[in-house]
Design a protein. Sequence first.
Length: 447
Amino acid sequence: MGRGALVGIIIIVVIVLAALAWFASQQAQPQQPAAPTPAETPSPAPTQGGPVVIYGQWAGVEGENFERAISLYRESPVEYVIQEKIWDVVTQQLFAGNVQFDVALLPWPQRIVELGERGLLEPLDDVASRLEADLVNRYFLEAVRGRDGSYYAVPIKMWAKPGIWVNVKALERAGLTPDDVRTFEGLLAACEKLSAAGIQPLASGAADKWPLSDIWEHMLIMLGGAELHDALTYDPAAWDRPEVRESFRLLAEMLKRGCFGDRDLRISEKWEAQVPRLVKGEVAMYPMGNWITLFIAKSAEELGVTFEPGKDYVLVPWPSYREGITQPIIAGGDWAIVPKNAPNKAAAIRFAEWLGGPEYQGAMVEAGGYLPTNKRVPSDVMSPVDQTILSLASERGVVVDLDDNIRPSELQQEIWNALFELWANPDNWSQIFDGLKSTVQSRMGGG
């Protein structure tokens, strides 16, 4: 079997596992019969009017790769506008009825569904019917299907949060190897040795808040596996499980031991700014998604150093805590939405469909740090690092991102805020957890 075929099989395995995790965690609606898919997607007619305006939060090297990829689009001019606070900007314009964009790229499927069900997004059912045969799995459509059966977005990207990226030489300076951090006990011991050597053990990107939920989700999976992790997205009673409280206690222990640096430093860290610190060895480890490989390569180039995957840095799965618990990796996606009253709606729909296809996704996958939702993307354009992630996922399984799929979606911000408070005040972990649990159970239960 050739490498391309093997990786193709791995992708299918990964997404099937993700879909199983998703559907097991949902009280799902019955699937609608699949619409027949044409043999070829019809070529769109040239657009009338101005450029298709795209809002997205991808910046830095990720944004540069996106702009290069969309330059391949020939049907109409396109304009990419970076919005750091994309959710605030998108919702303000949608609710005010003063929409100034045609397409927005969002990683939050539950939020997308809620906007669609309020009549603010264009249903993309025709696009979905043309793309579904090419998807690696239907999860990427089902995640954005409303209760009315309409699909409110086009899947354009898959990503994974596979564990901890480790600077090998930084560990060596403290007398450690990557194997020393494969258990939670070993990770705590490594924190002490690294701190004693003057090296910050772990970066978190706490000032951006969202990276903290990824670290917390790893802890939940470490303690309770996939079943607990998924139940927390929809079942208020799951928040009473002792493992959930224990996840906060253990995070507080890590924080008090200095695993994430001193207080003032750790709460001021922006996620992207920690990447060059990882490359330089100022910080030894960084839990982050697969897109970090793009930023590592860019930082190494800017610093004028060689920092190669598999040699200078390696990926270590999140540490184990007790025997008998399988720890899947976290995965999710990004989707393209079209507002109901987009200024250039017809052209926007055609462009969104192109983003769901193999030309765009192939260009992004080849650039690195990007996994496709379209199975027509050639597997041989994937980097060795991404292939390693897919192999890891096929061995361990996959769960979908908790905070991106929790219902109602407003609870995502509550989780982020509670974790940031924990990072600032770990001595108050029990009170912080109780407050979060009360809020979640009230709102999830309809209170």
